[in-house]
Design a protein around this ligand. Structure first.
Ligand SMILES: [Zn+2]
Length: 218
């Protein structure tokens, strides 16, 4: 007769000695209960249910299904398939996240290039406006405004641009700060000012202005 084995005896080392048939007609065998070591009692738990083993319900053994060597082999194959499928899935997930990382890095790179390109274009676009001492009136957009602490109170540095991309800058508190503070970045307004200086900063031509005044009533 063919030997029969418990499901976890994958090396077919311990053929079972007794074979029973359960109520479903399946072949089963008894395995010594490891919890109580086959005694049915756990002395340390004497205070609870007289120390009867809860795992084997006091029998000292548990009943498990048993399999032929051929069935055990197909169990092993199925386990291997599961493991291989798990490895493949992990590898695939790793490849996917590597591709996603590359995609993100590429997007950041493209953005940086676009940003640098825009900066260079802006630099080349900006020309000096007017002559030093000219009094001008222009429609300008506020790029940014930062507040600085000075010896005589806070002052503001602002960068502005006109519709042609020419850059203007103003430093100081001469411009009514209250008016300026109310203007969010990106605001467009008409400004009267005097050309103070033409200068280049990091390759960007700037028209520095003084005595700026907002033209009201627009
Ligand atoms: Zn037990």
């Amino acid at each position: 007769m063919n030997n029969l084995y418990f499901r976890n005896d994958l090396n077919l080392e311990n053929p079972v000695k007794e074979v029973f048939t359960n109520f479903k007609g399946q072949k089963v065998s008894k395995k010594t209960c490891l919890k109580c070591n086959g005694t049915g009692f756990i002395p340390e738990f004497g205070f609870s249910d007289n120390g009867k083993c809860w795992r084997c319900r006091n029998k000292g053994y548990e009943v498990f299904r048993i399999y032929t060597a051929k069935e055990i082999k197909s169990i092993i194959k199925a386990n291997d398939r599961k493991i291989i499928a798990g490895i493949k899935k992990t590898q695939l997930n790793m490849e996917i996240s590597a591709i996603q990382r590359m995609k993100r890095n590429h997007e950041i790179y493209v953005k940086n290039v676009a940003y640098k390109k825009a900066k260079i274009l802006q630099k080349n676009k900006s020309k000096y406006i007017g002559n030093v001492g000219d009094k001008l009136e222009r429609l300008l957009t506020l790029d940014w405004c930062i507040e600085k602490e000075g010896n005589y109170g806070n002052y503001y540095i602002k960068q502005l641009r006109d519709n042609d991309g020419n850059i203007f800058s103003h430093i100081g508190s001469a411009l009514r700060d209250a008016d300026y503070k109310k203007l969010p970045k990106g605001s467009t307004f008409t400004l009267k000012f005097k050309v103070k200086e033409h200068s280049e900063y990091k390759g960007l031509k700037q028209t520095k202005i003084t005595n700026p005044r907002l033209v009201k009533g627009e």
